[in-house]
Write a protein that binds this ligand. Structure first.
Ligand code: SF4
Length: 393
């Protein structure tokens, strides 16, 4: 039996509007599929349960999409079904993603009663013109109010997502956003994720950039904002434990640590990605196809690679070297780095790249662990590209 933590990701595909920069598998205008999605998700959980028997689920992440659009009873039914069919750790971290406009005191109370103990809210910005640019439908005032409602409902582990490096964003505008959230309800959130805006292929934002209507921010300016952010959050008592993630009181996101440490997680819901027993897989993206595939599913209808859900649209066994590359490219994003001594012998094939990184002060070795330096974190993608093509150290 594996003693590593096991995560469970549940994907909720509903959103009120589609944001201009978003390439997640989320859709506006399909709320009439909520009941069908819930039935399918409950069925998929029941199909996974025998496969996960004997393993304890340490974390659940209900992500999206906008899970806070779901009624409390829906979350309660999902979590009850997990509790009755699987072994859920008594201290499991159970996160639900929320957006300010759909947060509501009654619903928050129901989520809490159902067992949710961590809320992650997408705020992104408190500047009204930036919110419009991103197609966010909440105001700064509503976001602050929603945070107060989350605290009032008794959540003492709350993350806020923010985005910096928007076209035309000044350092002062970003400073104003971050300084404000740090004072919300007295002493602000417990965890903050600060992501640099990336222009994802196929999004409305990418089309605007391609047509010249939007000019991307200058990388040096974005780096300046990132530096200020790290200093400001350190001064406010936050520990940076990953490239974009900061926490207080040691409240790291245990579910995301499973991803970064290349550990295992089951995944259900349209478009969800999982990694279990050495196999990476993804569930069919279309919510309609997801519901259809699970409607009449039985345990005898397996998905790819013998996985238990017929909604799985692709699955691949990860080779040994590929798995080591995954461990390095995700683990080196963490300040704790990677335990080199635990890597299998095939690691020697990649060692020249990491020796090169150490020689150029991009990484350092200490007590068997390999960590990126500040400069290494700044150009991490360059190191990762070399790991993917190890003949060019
Ligand atoms: S709310 Fe989140 S998931 Fe939904 S469209 Fe916007 S960024 Fe994407």
């Amino acid at each position: 039996m594996s003693h590593q933590p096991l995560g469970l990701y549940i994907h909720v595909p509903f959103c009120t509007v589609k944001c201009s920069y978003c390439d997640f598998n989320s859709y506006a205008g399909i709320d009439d599929m909520q009941a069908g999605w819930e039935q399918a998700a409950l069925k998929e959980l029941s199909l996974w349960a025998p496969r996960l028997s004997g393993r304890e689920v340490s974390t659940i992440f209900i992500g999206g999409g906008t899970p806070s659009l779901l009624p409390g009873e829906s979350i309660e039914r999902l979590l009850n079904s997990i509790r009755s069919a699987m072994r859920l750790a008594p201290d499991a971290e159970i996160t639900l993603e929320a957006n300010p406009e759909s947060v509501h005191p009654d619903r928050l109370a129901a989520y809490r009663d159902a067992g949710v103990n961590r809320i992650s809210m997408g705020v992104q910005s408190l500047d009204s013109s930036e919110l419009v640019f991103l197609d966010r439908i909440h105001s700064a005032g509503r976001a602050e109010e929603a945070f107060a409602e989350i605290r009032a409902a008794g959540f003492d582990n709350v993350n806020l997502d923010l985005i910096y490096g928007l076209p035309g964003q000044s350092l002062a505008t970003w400073q104003s956003t971050l300084n404000q959230v740090l004072c919300w309800s007295g002493d602000g959130p417990d965890h903050i994720s600060c992501y640099a805006l990336t222009v994802e292929e196929g999004t409305p934002l990418a089309a605007r950039v391609a047509s010249g209507r939007v000019i991307e921010a200058d990388p040096d300016h974005v780096a300046e904002i990132a530096d200020w952010t790290a200093d400001r959050l350190a001064a406010a008592g936050f520990e940076q434990y990953e490239t974009s993630n900061y926490t207080r009181r040691g409240l790291k996101c245990r579910h995301n640590l499973i991803y970064w440490r290349n550990q295992e997680y089951a995944a259900i819901g349209p478009g969800a990605h999982g990694f279990i027993d050495g196999v990476r897989f993804h569930v069919v993206r279309s919510p309609k196809a997801y519901i259809d595939r699970l409607r009449d599913a039985t345990a005898s209808l397996e998905g790819e690679q013998g996985l238990p859900s017929p909604a799985i649209a692709g699955a691949e066994r990860v080779g040994e070297l590929e798995n080591i590359v995954d461990t390095l490219t995700s683990g080196l994003r963490l300040m704790e780095g990677v335990d080199e001594t635990s890597l299998p012998p095939a690691y020697q094939e990649l060692r020249p790249v990491l020796d090169w990184a150490v020689k150029n002060a991009l990484a350092q070795r200490q007590a068997g662990r390999l960590r990126l330096t500040k400069r290494g974190h700044e150009i991490a993608n360059e190191i990762f590209v070399r790991l993917l093509a190890p003949t060019t150290p």
